[in-house]
Design a binder for this molecule. Structure first.
Ligand code: GDD
Ligand code: MN
Length: 409
């Protein structure tokens, strides 16, 4: 699953699913702590020294530190590897094929040997000594021990009003979208926590963005949670990697977790129906309606081109189909499309999509007629029913034929 290259770096397999394996008893360790880093060359040595002092006094020989660096341009990985000489409990993963804080943490846990898995920032903003209280909580039976800025003993140092506002705003938004995850702890944004392996083993994670704790609570099987207060220190070296993109990632992450772990998600799993995909497919279809309308107007309206209606509609319909195809290929079925991205394969998908949509249109007209003439003489309601049926048809047949999930090269 992971290998060591000839410079002593751990290498993870980036195409591997984000699944952590069950505990293996033959190379037992009590505790594995992941340190994700990106451009932390000035911090990493101090952090390793501090953590080693603390952990050697508590669980000597029973822990490992794993730095997962995303090929930092400041060569943090190189500094980290040099430390391995003096700190044999340290391992370094240099990732070149993947990037991102959350996925770094999962990749680290995947190669970890410990029964308790943890994560700490690499910039010394998480005070290392707090780890002892968290370990203590785990030993006393917690499944998850979270460093929190919002319980006794916790806090932030010199945060601007804006940053406090953004942080709390993000939390409130999260509470609205995913109350059963964010509602059960005081600091769901924390990136400083320990979790028992048995609570996350076998689960397929989908780590996007920064907030790995949400992923762990939402998808893992966590029972008892302990919170330990800590003060989020100021950075002394380097700078934060948070940009506006992280806020967008965060919202995306919340929605994705909501769809896959909420009632709808459970329903979808139970029924074997890919509700997330269907939602995206429907949204793309809606965008097609607007494209169709706009093109129809541009082509047929007397004030614009004034082309005959039928001809305009055919062109508008085809452009809408192209629009839908491109979005579906890039978004709805991106994972499938990625594996078949030669242009012949794309063209083939496009032709199939076209034919299926055409058949969908025929189906649409037939159902509209049937419903209108036999069941309910209201053309709008009949049309709505026809559109719904045709959308399901389009979706299912396209999954089976155009973006075939099971297709092997
Ligand atoms: N491997 C890897 N890849 N590490 C990363 C990446 C990445 O793409 N981006 C950031 N890191 C590392 C940083 O080097 C640092 O060690 C840690 O992740 C946190 O990043 P910062 O950029 O310092 O984030 P922050 O100071 O705003 O911290 C916020 O996020 C933390 C992590 O979730 C706060 O919300 C903290 O409470 C939280 O712990
Ligand atoms: Mn930081």
């Amino acid at each position: 699953m992971s290998t060591i290259d000839n410079h002593n770096y751990l290498v993870s397999v980036s195409t591997e699913p984000f699944v952590i394996t069950q505990f293996k008893h033959h190379n037992y360790l009590l505790f594995s702590l992941i340190i994700p880093t990106y451009k932390e060359r000035e911090n990493i040595q101090n952090l390793v020294i501090r953590l080693t002092q603390i952990l050697d006094g508590y669980i000597p020989g029973e822990y490992e530190l794993i730095i997962v660096d995303d090929d930092s341009p400041d060569r943090t990985w190189e500094v980290a590897r040099m430390l391995m000489v003096d700190y044999p409990q340290l391992q370094v993963m240099r990732r070149q094929a993947e990037r991102g804080l959350s996925s770094a943490v999962i990749r680290g846990w995947q190669i970890a040997r410990g029964d308790i898995l943890g994560v700490i920032d690499g910039d010394l903003q998480h005070p290392p000594q707090v780890i002892l209280q968290m370990l203590d909580a785990m030993v006393k039976g917690a499944d998850l021990a979270v460093g929190s800025r919002y319980v006794d003993g916790g806090g932030v140092s010199r945060w601007s009003i804006l940053r406090r506002f953004l942080s709390r705003g993000a939390q409130i938004l999260g509470l609205m979208i995913l109350p059963w995850v964010l509602g059960i702890i005081s600091d769901p944004m924390s990136g400083y926590f320990l979790v028992r392996r048995s609570c996350v083993a076998g689960v397929t994670f989908n780590p996007v963005g920064y907030k790995i704790l949400l992923e762990v609570i939402a998808r893992g099987n966590v029972g008892k949670i302990a919170e330990v207060g800590y003060v989020f220190c100021e950075r002394k070296q380097g700078e934060s990697k948070v940009t506006w993109k992280q806020y967008l990632d965060y919202i995306h992450h919340l929605l994705r977790l909501r769809l896959s772990t909420g009632n709808l998600g459970r329903f979808s799993q139970h029924m074997g129906f890919p509700i997330g995909r269907f939602f995206r497919f429907g949204l793309v279809g809606l965008s097609g309606v607007f494209v169709d309308m706009a093109v129809l107007y541009l082509l047929s309206d007397p004030t614009t081109l004034g082309l005959p209606l039928i001809r305009s509609k055919i062109i508008a319909g085809e452009i809408a189909i192209l629009n839908n195809f491109l979005w579906n290929d890039a978004w709805t079925f991106a994972d499938v499309a990625m594996q078949q991205k030669e242009w012949e394969q794309r063209l083939k998908r496009f032709i199939k999509f076209n034919l299926i949509c055409l058949a969908g249109l025929v189906l649409n007209v037939v159902i509209l007629n049937l419903v209108f003439n036999l069941i309910l003489p209201n053309s709008y309601i009949a049309n709505l029913i026809a559109i719904t049926v045709a959308t399901f048809w389009n979706f299912w047949v396209n999954i089976k034929l155009s973006w075939r999930v099971t297709q092997v090269k």
